[in-house]
Design a protein around this ligand. Structure first.
Ligand code: PHE
Length: 357
């Protein structure tokens, strides 16, 4: 048995001496690996008499277990020491002065949102809000999406894992669920805008997975497309602070409006920058239409008594157009140089009387 005692003392000393995980693994392989010293001992059992094997086998197995335990403990100790060292080396002293001082500025998206809110507030719209994490009912069902509508599919919508009751929450794909929340909780007449974040699985120069929309909803007696058109044209003229903006309505389909349209703004994209009021390109900036009777009914409003219009527009896109940014993705890249170039002073809050920007 002394050979086992010696071997154990020897291996345990090597375990104790291992200075890092690589050295420790070499010790493990030399002892317990296929051709390791302890594995070698186990192979000798086959040639022994049954009695001898019983006694010797038990002793070798105990030795192996003790070595394995020592290896595990040492591994845990080395790992936690490595983590401690990393945490110590990555410590940041937050009380130190910043290496350079960059003046804080208002992000263009927030500026544009404030501008939009200022214009719509002047037209008599109140601001409504809803959660970013929505359920299927508010994001789709109440908005008259048929059960198999493609927008419900994974490639557009970020879904959460299924809950026990089988339902799945999702990141809202538009601000339209706020229409539903507003109609369910308020009586007409309703005149609201709902600014907020929206999410879709999409990324290119004019799409980012997270973007911002402003939803608009008006419900009253005798509301028609003319009211919608006037509201949007008035808004666009004020927002771009010029009458030279050309827009076009294209017939479109949304499940929650009938009839539906998309509005494009004429622009020029030739110089790597987007300029409005010139050029031959069109950039889609909003969807709109008359609220579908099914949506009114789902929200407890009688479509024979009340009608309404709704619109949803991309805030970041309107910012790109107004302030000449070529790529939407830069907006959310958190690059300090971009923010200093395009950011706004925190002291220049937009209001329609003193100018928006
Ligand atoms: N929710 C639509 C979208 O995100 C926009 C929209 C809002 C269209 C309201 C019509 C009415 O594409």
């Amino acid at each position: 048995m002394t050979d086992l005692t010696t071997l154990e003392a020897d291996v345990l000393a090597q375990v104790a001496a291992a200075g890092d995980l690589t050295a420790l693994d070499a010790v493990r392989v030399a002892a317990l690996g296929k051709t390791g010293s302890i594995s070698g001992l186990l192979k000798t059992l086959g040639a022994m008499s049954p009695d001898e094997r019983k006694e010797r086998g038990a002793a070798i197995n105990l030795l192996r277990d003790r070595v394995q335990t020592a290896l595990n403990e040492k591994k845990a100790a080395l790992e936690s020491a490595a983590l401690d060292a990393r945490l110590a080396s990555e410590t940041l002293d937050l009380t130190l002065p910043a290496p350079y001082r960059r003046k804080g500025s208002v992000h263009p998206t927030m500026q544009v949102m404030d501008e939009m809110i200022a214009i719509f507030a002047e037209m008599g719209f109140a601001v409504a809000e809803g959660p970013d994490i929505e359920d299927d009912f508010h994001n789709f069902t109440a908005l008259n999406f048929p059960p198999k509508h493609p927008a419900r599919e994974m490639h557009d919508t970020f879904f959460f894992n299924q809950k026990e009751d089988g339902g799945r929450m999702l990141l809202r794909t538009h601000t339209s669920p706020v229409q539903v929340r507003t109609m369910v909780s308020q009586k007409p007449p309703i005149r609201i805008i709902a600014p907020g974040r929206t999410y879709r699985c999409d990324s290119d120069a004019t799409h980012t997975p997270m973007f911002h929309q402003v939803e608009g909803l008006v419900i009253d007696k005798g509301i028609h497309m003319g009211h919608l058109k006037w509201t949007l044209e008035t808004f666009i003229a004020r927002f771009f602070e010029t009458d030279a903006v050309t827009t076009q309505f294209r017939p479109h389909h949304f499940p929650f409006t009938e009839p539906s349209a998309e509005m494009d703004v004429q622009c020029d994209r030739s110089g790597g920058e987007i300029k409005i009021g010139q050029g031959t390109s069109w950039l889609e900036i909003l969807g709109c239409g008359m609220v579908h009777p099914n949506v009114l009914r789902a929200c407890g409003i009688d479509p024979d008594e009340y009608q309404g219009f709704a619109f949803g527009m991309g805030v970041d896109r309107l910012g790109m157009l107004k302030y000449g940014m070529p790529d939407l993705r830069d907006m959310f890249a958190s690059d300090g140089r971009w923010l200093s170039h395009y950011g706004f002073s925190a002291f220049a809050a937009p209001n329609p009387a003193s100018g928006l920007s």
